[in-house]
Design a protein. Structure first.
Length: 256
Protein backbone atom coordinates (compact mmCIF):
# COMPACT_ATOMS: atom_id res chain seq x y z
CA UNK A 1 0.00 0.00 0.00
CA UNK A 2 1.50 3.36 -0.98
CA UNK A 3 1.76 6.39 1.29
CA UNK A 4 -1.19 8.24 -0.29
CA UNK A 5 -3.51 5.28 0.38
CA UNK A 6 -2.21 4.89 3.92
CA UNK A 7 -2.92 8.55 4.63
CA UNK A 8 -6.51 8.30 3.40
CA UNK A 9 -7.49 4.97 4.97
CA UNK A 10 -7.38 5.89 8.69
CA UNK A 11 -9.88 8.69 8.11
CA UNK A 12 -12.59 6.30 7.00
CA UNK A 13 -13.63 5.24 10.49
CA UNK A 14 -12.89 8.48 12.31
CA UNK A 15 -14.55 11.81 12.50
CA UNK A 16 -14.13 13.77 9.31
CA UNK A 17 -12.79 17.30 9.35
CA UNK A 18 -15.53 19.90 9.64
CA UNK A 19 -18.03 17.58 11.30
CA UNK A 20 -20.36 19.26 13.74
CA UNK A 21 -19.19 19.14 17.36
CA UNK A 22 -22.58 20.08 18.81
CA UNK A 23 -25.80 18.21 18.08
CA UNK A 24 -28.24 19.79 15.66
CA UNK A 25 -31.22 18.47 13.77
CA UNK A 26 -30.82 14.75 13.16
CA UNK A 27 -29.76 13.99 9.60
CA UNK A 28 -32.59 11.45 9.35
CA UNK A 29 -35.10 14.22 10.01
CA UNK A 30 -33.56 16.38 7.29
CA UNK A 31 -33.60 13.51 4.80
CA UNK A 32 -37.23 12.60 5.54
CA UNK A 33 -38.36 16.23 5.29
CA UNK A 34 -36.44 16.69 2.03
CA UNK A 35 -37.93 13.52 0.51
CA UNK A 36 -41.43 14.61 1.50
CA UNK A 37 -41.00 18.04 -0.06
CA UNK A 38 -39.47 16.60 -3.25
CA UNK A 39 -42.41 14.19 -3.55
CA UNK A 40 -44.84 17.10 -3.15
CA UNK A 41 -43.06 19.10 -5.84
CA UNK A 42 -42.94 16.19 -8.29
CA UNK A 43 -46.49 14.82 -7.95
CA UNK A 44 -48.34 18.12 -8.06
CA UNK A 45 -49.67 19.82 -11.17
CA UNK A 46 -47.49 22.47 -12.82
CA UNK A 47 -46.81 25.21 -10.29
CA UNK A 48 -47.77 28.81 -10.64
CA UNK A 49 -45.48 31.67 -9.74
CA UNK A 50 -46.92 31.93 -6.21
CA UNK A 51 -46.34 28.25 -5.37
CA UNK A 52 -42.89 28.28 -6.92
CA UNK A 53 -41.92 31.37 -4.92
CA UNK A 54 -43.33 29.87 -1.71
CA UNK A 55 -41.20 26.72 -2.03
CA UNK A 56 -38.18 28.82 -2.98
CA UNK A 57 -38.56 31.07 0.07
CA UNK A 58 -39.23 28.11 2.38
CA UNK A 59 -36.09 26.23 1.31
CA UNK A 60 -34.00 29.41 1.46
CA UNK A 61 -35.30 30.17 4.96
CA UNK A 62 -34.39 26.67 6.15
CA UNK A 63 -30.88 27.04 4.74
CA UNK A 64 -30.46 30.39 6.49
CA UNK A 65 -31.82 28.89 9.71
CA UNK A 66 -28.93 26.41 9.69
CA UNK A 67 -26.42 29.15 8.84
CA UNK A 68 -26.03 27.88 5.30
CA UNK A 69 -25.21 30.00 2.24
CA UNK A 70 -28.72 30.46 0.86
CA UNK A 71 -27.64 32.54 -2.14
CA UNK A 72 -24.94 30.04 -3.05
CA UNK A 73 -27.41 27.16 -2.73
CA UNK A 74 -29.88 28.93 -5.02
CA UNK A 75 -27.10 29.46 -7.53
CA UNK A 76 -25.81 25.90 -7.42
CA UNK A 77 -29.25 24.53 -8.19
CA UNK A 78 -29.23 26.48 -11.46
CA UNK A 79 -26.69 23.99 -12.82
CA UNK A 80 -29.53 21.55 -13.50
CA UNK A 81 -31.28 23.89 -15.93
CA UNK A 82 -29.14 23.09 -19.00
CA UNK A 83 -29.86 19.37 -18.56
CA UNK A 84 -33.52 19.87 -17.70
CA UNK A 85 -33.81 22.40 -20.52
CA UNK A 86 -32.63 19.84 -23.07
CA UNK A 87 -35.43 17.52 -21.97
CA UNK A 88 -38.02 20.27 -21.73
CA UNK A 89 -37.18 21.57 -25.19
CA UNK A 90 -38.22 18.31 -26.86
CA UNK A 91 -41.10 17.44 -24.51
CA UNK A 92 -43.87 19.21 -26.50
CA UNK A 93 -42.98 17.38 -29.74
CA UNK A 94 -42.43 13.92 -28.24
CA UNK A 95 -45.81 12.64 -29.43
CA UNK A 96 -46.04 14.44 -32.75
CA UNK A 97 -46.91 12.23 -35.71
CA UNK A 98 -46.41 14.89 -38.37
CA UNK A 99 -43.40 17.19 -38.53
CA UNK A 100 -44.71 20.18 -40.46
CA UNK A 101 -43.94 23.71 -39.33
CA UNK A 102 -47.60 24.20 -38.46
CA UNK A 103 -47.67 21.15 -36.19
CA UNK A 104 -44.39 22.12 -34.51
CA UNK A 105 -45.61 25.67 -33.89
CA UNK A 106 -48.89 24.44 -32.47
CA UNK A 107 -47.09 21.92 -30.25
CA UNK A 108 -44.86 24.57 -28.72
CA UNK A 109 -47.69 27.06 -28.28
CA UNK A 110 -49.73 24.45 -26.43
CA UNK A 111 -46.73 22.90 -24.67
CA UNK A 112 -45.05 25.89 -23.03
CA UNK A 113 -46.71 25.09 -19.64
CA UNK A 114 -45.11 21.64 -19.84
CA UNK A 115 -41.71 23.21 -20.49
CA UNK A 116 -42.06 25.51 -17.51
CA UNK A 117 -43.26 22.61 -15.35
CA UNK A 118 -40.22 20.49 -16.19
CA UNK A 119 -37.82 23.36 -15.55
CA UNK A 120 -39.45 24.46 -12.29
CA UNK A 121 -39.82 20.96 -10.85
CA UNK A 122 -36.26 20.03 -11.80
CA UNK A 123 -34.88 23.20 -10.27
CA UNK A 124 -36.82 22.88 -7.03
CA UNK A 125 -35.93 19.19 -6.63
CA UNK A 126 -32.23 19.88 -7.10
CA UNK A 127 -32.52 22.93 -4.85
CA UNK A 128 -33.89 20.79 -2.01
CA UNK A 129 -31.11 18.24 -2.39
CA UNK A 130 -28.51 21.01 -2.56
CA UNK A 131 -29.94 22.59 0.58
CA UNK A 132 -29.76 19.23 2.34
CA UNK A 133 -26.10 18.70 1.46
CA UNK A 134 -25.23 22.32 2.28
CA UNK A 135 -26.66 22.12 5.81
CA UNK A 136 -25.57 18.56 6.66
CA UNK A 137 -22.02 17.31 6.94
CA UNK A 138 -21.09 14.31 4.81
CA UNK A 139 -20.50 11.93 7.76
CA UNK A 140 -23.86 12.89 9.30
CA UNK A 141 -25.62 12.46 5.96
CA UNK A 142 -24.13 9.00 5.48
CA UNK A 143 -25.06 7.98 9.01
CA UNK A 144 -28.62 9.15 8.38
CA UNK A 145 -28.88 7.16 5.15
CA UNK A 146 -27.50 4.10 6.93
CA UNK A 147 -30.04 4.50 9.75
CA UNK A 148 -32.83 4.75 7.16
CA UNK A 149 -31.78 1.33 5.83
CA UNK A 150 -30.10 2.32 2.59
CA UNK A 151 -28.21 -0.76 1.32
CA UNK A 152 -24.65 -0.86 2.66
CA UNK A 153 -23.15 -1.45 -0.78
CA UNK A 154 -24.52 1.88 -2.05
CA UNK A 155 -23.31 3.70 1.05
CA UNK A 156 -19.84 2.20 0.67
CA UNK A 157 -19.63 3.15 -3.00
CA UNK A 158 -20.92 6.66 -2.30
CA UNK A 159 -18.46 7.09 0.57
CA UNK A 160 -15.45 6.05 -1.48
CA UNK A 161 -16.58 8.11 -4.45
CA UNK A 162 -16.56 11.24 -2.31
CA UNK A 163 -13.43 10.32 -0.36
CA UNK A 164 -11.31 9.74 -3.45
CA UNK A 165 -12.79 12.41 -5.73
CA UNK A 166 -10.05 14.86 -4.73
CA UNK A 167 -7.35 12.25 -5.27
CA UNK A 168 -8.72 11.44 -8.73
CA UNK A 169 -8.86 15.16 -9.54
CA UNK A 170 -5.23 15.55 -8.53
CA UNK A 171 -4.21 12.66 -10.80
CA UNK A 172 -6.02 14.21 -13.77
CA UNK A 173 -4.48 17.63 -13.07
CA UNK A 174 -0.99 16.10 -12.86
CA UNK A 175 -1.50 14.40 -16.24
CA UNK A 176 -2.70 17.63 -17.84
CA UNK A 177 0.30 19.50 -16.46
CA UNK A 178 2.61 16.80 -17.83
CA UNK A 179 1.05 17.12 -21.29
CA UNK A 180 1.30 20.91 -21.19
CA UNK A 181 4.99 20.79 -20.24
CA UNK A 182 6.14 17.96 -22.53
CA UNK A 183 3.93 18.43 -25.55
CA UNK A 184 2.70 22.03 -25.65
CA UNK A 185 2.33 21.97 -29.44
CA UNK A 186 0.21 18.84 -29.69
CA UNK A 187 -3.03 19.51 -31.51
CA UNK A 188 -5.84 17.66 -33.24
CA UNK A 189 -5.96 13.89 -33.39
CA UNK A 190 -2.53 13.46 -31.84
CA UNK A 191 -3.75 15.19 -28.70
CA UNK A 192 -6.98 13.14 -28.70
CA UNK A 193 -5.01 9.88 -29.02
CA UNK A 194 -2.70 10.95 -26.20
CA UNK A 195 -5.64 11.76 -23.93
CA UNK A 196 -7.15 8.36 -24.76
CA UNK A 197 -3.93 6.61 -23.82
CA UNK A 198 -3.65 8.55 -20.57
CA UNK A 199 -7.29 7.84 -19.78
CA UNK A 200 -6.64 4.11 -20.10
CA UNK A 201 -3.56 4.46 -17.90
CA UNK A 202 -5.60 6.35 -15.31
CA UNK A 203 -8.25 3.61 -15.32
CA UNK A 204 -5.61 0.92 -14.72
CA UNK A 205 -4.03 2.91 -11.90
CA UNK A 206 -7.46 3.47 -10.31
CA UNK A 207 -8.16 -0.26 -10.46
CA UNK A 208 -4.81 -1.06 -8.86
CA UNK A 209 -5.37 1.52 -6.13
CA UNK A 210 -8.82 0.09 -5.47
CA UNK A 211 -7.33 -3.37 -4.93
CA UNK A 212 -4.72 -1.93 -2.59
CA UNK A 213 -7.35 -0.06 -0.57
CA UNK A 214 -9.54 -3.15 -0.36
CA UNK A 215 -6.62 -5.29 0.87
CA UNK A 216 -5.84 -2.63 3.47
CA UNK A 217 -9.48 -2.60 4.61
CA UNK A 218 -9.53 -6.38 4.99
CA UNK A 219 -6.34 -6.18 7.03
CA UNK A 220 -8.10 -3.71 9.33
CA UNK A 221 -11.12 -5.97 9.88
CA UNK A 222 -13.51 -4.77 7.18
CA UNK A 223 -16.64 -6.99 7.07
CA UNK A 224 -18.67 -5.26 4.36
CA UNK A 225 -20.06 -2.41 6.49
CA UNK A 226 -18.18 0.79 7.24
CA UNK A 227 -17.97 1.59 10.97
CA UNK A 228 -20.08 4.40 12.43
CA UNK A 229 -18.13 6.94 14.46
CA UNK A 230 -20.97 8.66 16.32
CA UNK A 231 -24.46 7.25 17.05
CA UNK A 232 -27.52 9.23 16.08
CA UNK A 233 -30.00 10.52 18.63
CA UNK A 234 -33.60 11.41 17.74
CA UNK A 235 -35.07 14.26 19.78
CA UNK A 236 -38.28 16.23 20.00
CA UNK A 237 -36.79 18.97 17.79
CA UNK A 238 -36.24 16.40 15.05
CA UNK A 239 -39.88 15.33 15.20
CA UNK A 240 -40.95 18.97 15.00
CA UNK A 241 -38.66 19.57 12.02
CA UNK A 242 -40.11 16.63 10.09
CA UNK A 243 -43.64 17.70 11.02
CA UNK A 244 -43.09 21.24 9.72
CA UNK A 245 -41.58 19.91 6.50
CA UNK A 246 -44.42 17.44 5.90
CA UNK A 247 -47.08 20.06 6.73
CA UNK A 248 -45.57 22.43 4.19
CA UNK A 249 -45.31 19.62 1.63
CA UNK A 250 -48.95 18.72 2.25
CA UNK A 251 -49.93 22.36 1.81
CA UNK A 252 -48.18 22.42 -1.56
CA UNK A 253 -50.16 19.35 -2.68
CA UNK A 254 -53.52 20.47 -1.24
CA UNK A 255 -53.22 23.99 -2.67
CA UNK A 256 -53.30 22.50 -6.17
Amino acid sequence: MDSRTAMVMPRMAGKAPGEEATPGIDSRAKILAALGLIAAVVVTAPMGLAEFTAVLVFVGAVVELFDGPAVKVLGRALLVLPFAGAIALFAPIARLEAWSWTDLTAAYIAGWPLILAILSKSYLSVLIVTALTATTTLPALLRGLHALRMPDVFLTLFTFLLRYADLFREQVTAMRDAIASRGPRLRGWRLVILYGSLGGNLLVRASERGEQVYDAMLARGYTGVLPVATPLCWRLADTAFVAVGLVFASAVVIYH
